[in-house]
Design a binder for this molecule. Structure first.
Ligand SMILES: [Zn+2]
Length: 262
């Protein structure tokens, strides 16, 4: 197709920016986790826990960003609000019937667009203290796994647990040992579902954010690295305020996606 278009106006779509780092490899979708540290977990433990959870999500093909928002307010679907509470008792409402006192976390509600998860730090600490001699899993590691598990409920859109891996409902010593050694993960099927859901959340967030410009974005994302006749793409030949000349090529930028006219 490319050679047949010689001499005509040809468009190439590509992604720009750090997301691809110059590679044509598939870009990992990214989830943003808004951390509210109401349990006042010490910074070193919190950072280590975030690192642990980042590694677990990375293994599924999802990047994670951790932020501490200054204020609560509306945020896109690709953001998850994580509250680390001192204990179950800190949560006054929304608890399911017979909710166990020693639960390490909760992902309340139902439906595919849930964005809130809770982790109860006293339960995490209790498990860590009780089993550390046998498992070598420290508080930060268990906290990181508990965070990934609760966010897993949101991204998998399940309230139930699985027979294997990090989504097991109750972790036994072996699970905790695996957590300590960094071997407690989502199953391959769960990893795919998580990747798909984060991709969906990112797409929907961008659609909402960019409004009428969004079709560009998705057309461009879907067609990158391919070549098309300009007639095929007339709909996207719209001047944009962020258009700029670089290296003799006209780049029209929409978010981190641009297209190039030769
Ligand atoms: Zn669970």
């Amino acid at each position: 197709m490319k050679t047949g278009l010689k001499g005509s106006l040809v468009l190439g779509f590509f992604l720009t920016g750090s997301a691809v780092a110059g590679s044509a490899a598939e870009v990992s979708p990214a989830i943003t986790i808004r951390v509210s540290n109401q349990a006042e977990v010490d910074l070193m433990t919190l950072v280590q826990a975030e690192k642990t959870a980042t590694g677990i999500f990375k293994k599924t093909g999802v990047e994670s960003r951790w932020i501490e928002p200054a204020a609560e307010g509306s945020f896109p679907l690709s953001h998850i609000q994580l509250k680390i509470l001192p204990s179950v008792m800190s949560l006054r409402s929304g608890l399911p019937d017979k909710f166990p006192d020693n639960a390490m976390g909760l992902a309340p509600g139902s439906g595919p667009d849930r964005q809130s998860a809770y982790v109860f730090y006293d339960s995490v600490e209790a498990v860590a203290t009780k089993h550390t001699a046998d498992t070598h899993a420290n508080t930060a590691q268990i906290l990181g796994h508990a965070i990934a598990h609760e966010i897993g409920h949101l991204l998998l859109n399940v309230q139930t647990h699985s027979a294997a891996g990090i989504m097991r409902g109750a972790w036994n010593l072996r699970d905790l040992q695996n957590a300590g050694y960094g071997y407690l993960f989502f199953t391959p099927q769960q990893a795919k579902a998580i990747r798909d859901d984060v991709g969906r959340r990112v797409r929907q967030s961008q659609e909402r954010r960019y409004g009428p410009d969004a079709p560009w974005f998705f057309l461009a994302s879907g067609l990158r690295d391919q070549w098309f006749d300009a007639n095929d793409c007339a709909a996207v030949l719209i001047p944009h305020p962020q258009a700029r000349e670089r290296s003799g090529l006209l780049h029209l930028h929409v978010a981190n996606v641009g297209f190039m006219r030769q």
